[in-house]
Design a protein around this ligand. Structure first.
Ligand SMILES: [Zn+2]
Length: 240
């Protein structure tokens, strides 16, 4: 059994759930994937996990998912607690409103929007990539390797020529791979190890519709890729 933490080099004394268990209302579905984690790492994840859950459950296109429906029912109760007021203000500051049109230009009216804290979502995706790597290959990510992750927002903000490259990395490489269902309607993933290299590519699907992407690659490669990242992301449309 692996005794070191999946995310750092300390001794593992807890288990981290993949996907984060906070994504699901109680009673929570049994999540069969856990990876060894130290308590330091494990306790540092909760705010990012909370943001992932809220960012996804606020999204209009996910509002008919059974888990999301239940999560949204508990929102008033969650924010009523005095200890949640600071977090509520943080979320509130990220909300806005904008005019929405269909891709063909039909006016849909003014809609409430939410500006996601992309860094938080990327941290969760990075952890999921490392965790699933450890789960699938029964080994920690090698020294000198790291993860590079992309949100669906990133993909949608790409220029056409970069979009093609992105599609070839993720869609073409993974087209024939099967989806592993961790929680039905909740979390699925597929992955592939690229031949003759230690690179792996991953697609994650949250609540059946929201996609996240990950790769494992050499540390120096990550730095090079970071420079090409766009900075602005469009806010997502919120559930009414
Ligand atoms: Zn750790």
């Amino acid at each position: 059994m692996q005794l070191t933490c999946t995310y750092c080099n300390r001794v593992a004394n807890t288990k981290d759930h993949i996907p984060p268990k906070g994504m699901f209302p109680k009673p929570r579905p049994a999540s069969p994937i856990t990876v060894p984690s130290c308590s330091n790492c494990n306790s540092s994840f909760s705010k990012d996990d909370e943001h992932l859950r809220d960012f996804l459950s606020f999204r209009e296109e996910l509002s008919d998912n059974p888990f999301v429906k239940q999560l949204n029912k508990s929102i008033p109760r969650r924010f009523d607690r005095p200890q949640s007021h600071g977090y509520f203000n943080y979320l509130h500051a990220r909300m806005g409103e904008e005019t929405v049109k269909t891709t063909s230009g039909i006016y849909l009216g003014r809609k409430a929007t939410f500006n996601v804290d992309i860094k938080r979502i990327e941290r969760v995706l990075g952890r999921i990539t490392k965790g699933l790597y450890c789960h699938c290959f029964e080994n920690k990510l090698m020294e000198g390797f790291n993860t590079q992750v992309y949100t669906q927002e990133y993909f949608l903000s790409l220029e056409p020529e970069h979009e093609e490259n992105f599609r070839s990395i993720f869609q073409s490489n993974l087209a024939n791979e099967q989806w592993f269902v961790v929680v039905p309607n909740g979390f699925e993933y597929k992955y592939k190890a690229l031949p003759n290299s230690a690179y792996t590519v991953w697609i994650f699907r949250f609540y059946s519709k929201y996609y996240g992407f990950g790769v494992t690659l050499k540390e120096e490669e990550k730095e090079r890729q970071n420079k090409n990242k766009p900075i602005t992301y469009r806010p997502c449309i919120m559930t009414e």
